[in-house]
Design a protein around this ligand. Structure first.
Ligand SMILES: [Zn+2]
Length: 283
């Protein structure tokens, strides 16, 4: 059995989710870890919360493959008494590396939004905002933020919401509709995670429903007013940020398993059992 080093893992991750696909404001890649260290097991998670790091310690994982960055904004200290510094100390003192693929995983083919729209049976979706990487760049083909595609037949908005509720992990905040729940629609746009910056692209795409997460009052009301001055679309379906992305982790694990095996490496891959959706009760 050949176990990969952290550097081998980084190479696998960056082949599947090229860092060139990340947005310019993002932070992706190896945040903590020694490239020369051996990796026998990897824990896959969405959020580098203390509870996930504690899980990695208990499971004796050597690397956490994570979606959201631990260090998005610059820090000037890793003092262990600070939030980020404490996490970094725990990781290093337990020999655990931390890698994240964020907007590059959103944009990649087979990425977060592709998996989300595939829950509705749409397998040939196009990017909502295609990457404008040079055409010669192979990784740029068919990549970009969000996805748009068509259902096989017109379906009521509430049926789409119910399907999502059944196929996404159950969450406290559930699945919410803004617009007309009874409207029959075919063209669907999605963006896993927070997608309230994409309304213009959604309108340009002709989508009749937009599925995303973290929709706040003002962007949602303004989007509905804009829709109502035209033909009422897009209707909005708001899902849990965590749920919208957690379905991608299974696809990521399968892609990693295939890529490590193809390279002759043996490594344990385990999905975090910690639910990092912050909302726990609703009245
Ligand atoms: Zn996210």
């Amino acid at each position: 059995m050949t176990f990969p080093k952290v550097a081998d893992c980084v190479d696998v991750f960056e082949t599947l989710w090229p860092p060139a696909l990340a947005e310019s404001w993002d932070s992706v890649g190896l945040a903590v870890g020694d490239p020369e260290a051996e990796v026998r097991s990897i824990l896959l998670a969405l959020d580098p919360m203390d509870s996930v790091i504690a899980e990695a310690v208990v499971l004796d994982a050597d690397l956490i493959f994570n979606h959201h960055p631990l260090l998005l904004r610059p820090v000037d200290s890793v003092n262990a008494s600070t939030l980020k510094g404490g996490a970094i100390h725990t990781l290093i003192s337990n020999g655990i590396a931390l890698f994240n693929a964020h907007t590059n995983a959103d944009s990649a083919r087979g990425g977060v939004s592709d998996v989300l729209i595939s829950l509705l049976g749409i397998e040939d979706a196009e990017p909502l905002v295609p990457h404008d990487l040079p055409a010669a760049t192979e990784v740029g083909t068919g990549t970009g933020i969000g996805r748009v595609g068509d259902l096989k037949s017109p379906t009521a908005v509430r049926e789409i919401a119910r399907t999502l509720a059944a196929r996404l992990p159950r969450t406290t905040t559930g699945v919410r509709i803004a617009g007309d729940p009874g409207a029959e629609v075919t063209r669907i746009a999605v963006c896993g995670g927070a997608g309230d910056s994409l309304f213009e692209a959604v309108r340009d795409s002709g989508a009749e429903v937009y599925i995303t997460a973290d929709l706040r009052h003002h962007p949602a009301t303004e989007a509905r007013d804009t829709a109502n001055r035209h033909n009422g679309t897009p209707h909005l379906i708001d899902v849990s940020h965590w749920a919208s992305e957690s379905v991608w982790l299974d696809a990521a694990a399968a892609a990693l398993e295939a890529e490590f095996t193809a390279r002759g490496f043996t490594v344990g891959l385990q999905r975090s059992a910690v639910n990092t959706d912050p909302w726990v009760e609703r009245y």
